[in-house]
Design a protein around this ligand. Structure first.
Ligand code: COS
Length: 380
């Protein structure tokens, strides 16, 4: 089903048209093969970069696409409806460009055109094996030695780990707590920056994240992004926007599941009638479609606040929470609508079900989103 959209410019309609062509022409025919093999689609990401989709919400002066978040998220949604891991890769890359784009020195910012054009792929290294939710407790340590930081620790669940060209490393340069954290920008070639074997995932297998071991990695001191001790704030601000990207992945995935389930229910007959004509299934499809529309509306509301320069952190948490829970519910129901066919991999429903699960976990579990929202309700 084509989703009716109101976009701010003619250019945005064209951009979404181009994205649809890429999603249907390039992504849809390849997704099942890559997901089965768990292979990271670096070449496909290059194509996406050349189409200008890897730096959409950044200013054109920096080499970005100059698009509002509202438009960028709808691009992600369309990509996700064909291949969630690609949409997630675009979202994580976009998040990884944020520290330099927003806080980088003149020298660091010289890399922005290559980052935003997708020639350089980015990674964001906050989580560690002993903790992801309590980000302020991270243990990776960076010790200043003359004009270098010597970094030791392990980063976990790193999307693009081992494939990225640059890594935002959040590490401890000072005492305990959020105020002791800094952000360092490391090249992939940094000695002692050691990507481990990719994780074998339940879903989103082609995203193949990996741990990054930092074994006395020496990062030049001029690669400090922002101020020493300012890293936690940078990480949180990046995540506020990144969570909207995950919401968009969830909306795209859920929309694909609704469309597929509705088409199946229209064709499949039992008791002499299409199964969609049974109210038990027809109403289920209606609820699925309504939830996806509500998730999209929440996501766009948060994006418009961001585009207007208003605080949007809490609204982003609500959008991430709601959209990913909707994706889980809707993909579960899609499997149910397909019955036995939903449980075999001749159809994409079982894959979407597995993929939805991780969206409730990444970039802050949905329990963390509830924490962010509840704190905002009770803050003075
Ligand atoms: N934007 C800007 N600054 C923020 C911020 C945000 N969204 N959130 C927090 N901060 C600031 C606070 O204002 C505070 O600054 P001051 O010390 O100057 O007052 C500082 O950061 C510490 O904030 P807080 O006390 O809220 O930190 P907590 O340790 O309680 O952690 C949560 C807050 C739980 C929200 C945070 O740890 C979190 O988001 N965890 C999940 C991490 C995550 O998403 N991991 C997945 C990684 S990517 S797969």
């Amino acid at each position: 089903m084509t989703v009716e959209r109101i976009l701010p410019t003619e250019e945005a309609y064209e951009l979404l048209g181009l994205t649809r062509e890429i999603a249907q022409g390039e992504l849809a025919p390849q997704v099942a093969r890559y997901e089965q093999k768990g292979e990271f689609p670096r070449d496909i990401l290059r194509t996406i970069g050349r189409a200008g989709l890897l730096g959409l919400p950044y200013p054109e002066a920096d080499g970005g696409g100059g698009q509002p978040y509202e438009v960028y998220l709808q691009v992600l949604e369309i990509l996700a409806s064909s291949w969630v891991a690609i949409a997630e890769a675009v979202s994580v890359h976009t998040l990884s460009c944020f520290p330099v784009a927003a806080f980088g020195t003149e020298r660091q910012r010289k890399s922005l055109p290559e980052m935003l054009g997708g020639e350089l792929l980015g990674a964001y290294c906050l989580s560690e094996p002993q903790g992801g939710s309590d980000a302020a407790a991270l243990a990776t340590r960076a010790v200043r030695e003359v004009d270098e930081y010597v970094v030791t620790g392990t980063k976990a669940w790193i999307t693009h780990g081992g494939r990225a060209d640059f890594y935002n490393i959040f590490c401890r340069t000072g005492g305990p707590g959020p105020g002791g954290i800094s952000c360092l920008l490391a090249d992939a070639a940094t000695g002692g920056l050691l990507p481990q074997a990719p994780e074998r995932l339940m879903g989103l297998r082609s995203s193949a994240p990996a741990q990054i071991v930092l074994d006395g990695a020496r990062i030049p001191a001029d690669r400090l992004v922002g101020e020493e001790g300012g890293g936690f704030r940078i990480a949180m601000q990046a995540l506020d926007a990144g969570r909207l990207g995950i919401a968009a992945c969830a909306v795209g995935l859920a929309q694909a599941a609704v469309d597929y389930a509705a088409a199946y229910a229209k064709e499949r007959t039992q008791f002499g009638k299409p199964i969609a004509s049974f109210q038990g299934l027809g109403f289920m499809l209606a609820d699925m479609a309504t939830q996806v529309s509500a998730a999209r509306a929440l996501m766009l509301e948060a994006a418009r606040l961001k585009d207007a320069g208003r605080p949007f952190s809490t609204e982003a948490a609500k959008a991430k929470l709601f959209a990913t829970d909707v994706a889980m519910k809707v993909t579960t129901d899609a499997v149910q609508v397909l019955g036995g066919s939903g449980y075999v991999n001749d159809h994409p429903a079982e894959r979407w079900f597995r993929e939805a699960k991780v969206l409730q976990i990444v970039e802050g579990t949905n329990q963390i989103q509830r924490l962010v929202i509840s704190r905002s309700l009770t803050r003075d």
